[in-house]
Design a protein around this ligand. Structure first.
Ligand SMILES: [Zn+2]
Length: 639
């Protein structure tokens, strides 16, 4: 009982008796669909299926409870995807998304609690906070009460409320009842907006053989909430000895029993809290917030050596990746400061060597065909995104971040050219296409290598990329090659790029979803002149302003995923976005208000950009007939 719609604002909707799916969230076949899109279809189908219980049989009493069904169901679909593929990589992807997009929402004018107190237009509240942070809240309950109790709590919740319309309170009560854990303070996650910050310091006392973690929590003010009470934060952690082994964790005051744990979830509940571990006979390296056990920003002053150690030795896969990110973030931030002062840039040797080590283990993995690890290795070789680097900045230096990140990526490409080339060759596969986890990982790693190889001004790799575009038998490899051709800054790439784009359109113009991909590839190119290209594509025969997927694949992709062009200091792209919002305001207010998002973040930019962005928001606000949707976002943003 599914209807599939080509024109649909949402991804899918679980209406009982007739599920509605956007074509992009259900249609897939190997010739036309990338691995990423396959995984998205798998996740969305699972999501709507899981809604049968968390959403339909047990539903929400009122709109304020939206996260009751969405947070829980996103949590469930994430667990399903983790079971189907690589658990660590799924977590890495979800956290990357949360830390860039949801954290930005939580720090902006539209910040709201997981259970909002008010809204003008509920369509505006199908947000990342309701969905993604809502899922994190559910995940934290599991962290606090344990896997078995969480399962019992879910069973009780479904059994008790089958056929009812209930609240987040009923959900929490079921979890408390089966576990005996008091979640009174934890409930603040439902009512307080903003991303909590944890500042952690460590102190080793060699004489007493103790290690103290001192945890300070705070949460910045958000609209309508100047002051926040302390949250109940599950901090999953371990301590590693010099050999990378997890140390037994006994807190002061506890007796060292026979079943000593080497990983624990600390209950952080106070503004400042100390945890002292005993029987520690050498200075450990703490591994904190394992698996990203809470949606917080954690700060710990690791040395680069410690981050390198965690990156290679941590027993928690997520934290290995996170250490790699932190290491790159530190190097990039330092280079950015140098860049801003006009100091010549050189990339820290430690980072260059760390990449080399990951590449060598990827090469030996590929030789032994150990495919599951490849997904993780591919993630370790991706530098932090411009979006994440922006989110970490007090004032976003759009051009600086782009230039420095490119510089680091180019340095890695040059330093490890031979290793990338060897790995690219090792990851070629000649069998029939399969969308299983191992094959997906192998393609991800191969195409990541291609992206580094294409950074060299080398005709050999340009040709190899074009050959991959021409001969690949699956859309993932075609798409990856096309992206590289379109993004390449080398003059020699220009004619190949034009040929490939024309060829791609001719091959796929009868497949609307593939044409969307063709729009996106062009919209996100960081080359200069992309705005003009996007404007021209709006007149293309395949573009249709009335179709939400087309608007998203061209206009949203450009405004959200192309920072260096969207934030061009001329302000041209800001005016372009305001024009599109005004054009859609009456015909599709939901899409119009959603499009506005990048302009709502104006306070994070330099004074020139602030002025330009604000002027466009004011121009939208001054429109004579504003939809409720657009009015709510624009008025909150200008406050
Ligand atoms: Zn849903």
């Amino acid at each position: 009982m599914i209807v599939v719609a080509a024109d649909f604002n949402m991804g899918a909707m679980e209406n009982k008796g007739l599920n509605i799916f956007n074509t992009s969230c259900v249609l897939a076949n190997p010739a036309t669909t990338t691995d990423q899109a396959f995984q998205r279809v798998e996740a969305v189908v699972a999501h709507e299926y899981f809604h049968n219980w968390s959403g339909n049989r047990v539903t929400c009493r009122d709109w304020f409870q939206l996260s009751l069904k969405e947070g829980f169901t996103v949590y469930r679909d994430a667990e399903f995807s983790a079971d189907m593929g690589s658990r660590t990589v799924k977590r890495v992807e979800d956290v990357s998304f949360l830390r860039t997009q949801q954290f930005a929402e939580d720090a902006g004018p539209m910040a709201h609690p997981v259970r909002p107190d008010s809204f003008m237009e509920i369509s505006n509240f199908y947000t990342l906070t309701i969905y993604e942070k809502g899922a994190e809240v559910v995940r934290m309950i599991r962290e606090l009460i344990g896997q078995d109790n969480f399962r019992k709590g879910s069973d009780l919740y479904f059994a008790r409320h089958d056929g009812q319309a209930v609240t987040t309170e009923d959900f929490v009560l079921a979890m408390e009842e089966v576990s005996g854990v008091d979640l009174t303070q934890f409930r603040r996650w439902y009512t307080q907006a903003g991303t909590p910050q944890l500042q952690v310091t460590g102190h080793y006392d060699a004489v007493a053989q103790t290690y103290e973690l001192l945890v300070r929590q705070s949460c910045p003010p958000t609209p309508d909430q100047a002051y926040k009470d302390p949250f109940h934060i599950p901090l999953r952690m371990g301590l590693l000895d010099a050999a990378g082994k997890d140390i037994a964790l006994v807190l002061q005051g506890e007796s060292a029993g026979s079943s000593v744990l080497t990983e624990r979830v600390l209950d952080v509940t106070k503004p400042i809290q100390s945890f002292v571990f005993t029987g520690i006979n050498s200075k450990p390296v703490p591994s904190l917030l394992r698996g990203f056990s809470a949606p917080v920003k954690l700060q710990f002053n690791y040395t680069r050596e410690e981050l390198l150690f965690l990156m290679t030795r941590d027993t928690d896969g997520f934290n290995r990746w996170n250490a790699a990110q932190e290491l790159s973030v530190g190097v990039i931030q330092e280079l950015l400061a140098n860049h801003q002062q006009g100091i010549a840039l050189t990339v820290n040797d430690g980072l260059v060597n760390a990449f080399g080590e990951v590449l060598q283990s990827a090469i030996s993995d590929a030789r032994s065909n150990n495919q599951l690890d490849q997904a993780m290795l591919a993630q370790l070789l991706v530098l932090p995104s411009e979006a994440y680097l922006s989110e970490l900045s007090a004032e976003i230096d759009v051009d600086g971040i782009h230039q420095v990140r490119e510089f680091v990526a180019n340095t890695m490409a040059a330093a490890h050219a031979a290793a990338f080339a060897e790995l690219y060759t090792l990851c070629q596969s000649h069998g029939p296409y399969a969308a299983d986890a191992g094959s997906i990982a192998k393609r991800a790693l191969k195409n990541l290598c291609l992206s580094y190889l294409m950074r060299q001004a080398d005709a050999t790799w340009l040709d190899a990329c074009y050959q991959q575009y021409l001969t690949a038998e699956n859309m993932t490899d075609v798409d990856a090659a096309l992206r590289q051709l379109v993004n390449s800054r080398y003059p020699e790439a220009e004619s190949l790029r034009d040929q490939a784009l024309a060829d791609f359109y001719n091959r796929w113009k009868h497949e609307s979803l593939v044409v969307n991909q063709w729009f996106t590839v062009q919209a996100i190119a960081s080359r200069p002149g992309t705005l003009e290209q996007v404007k021209a594509l709006m007149h293309h025969e395949a573009f249709d302003m009335r179709n939400p997927n087309k608007v998203r694949s061209l206009i949203s992709a450009f405004c959200n995923s192309n920072p260096v062009n969207f934030h061009h200091i001329s302000g041209g792209a800001y005016a372009f976005l305001a024009d599109q919002v005004i054009a859609l305001n009456m015909s599709n207010p939901q899409i119009a208000s959603r499009l506005l998002t990048p302009l709502t973040r104006w306070k994070k930019y330099n004074p020139t950009r602030q002025r330009l962005m604000k002027a466009q928001l004011e121009r939208v606000a001054a429109q004579p007939e504003l939809s409720k949707d657009v009015f709510e976002v624009v008025s909150k943003s200008l406050k």
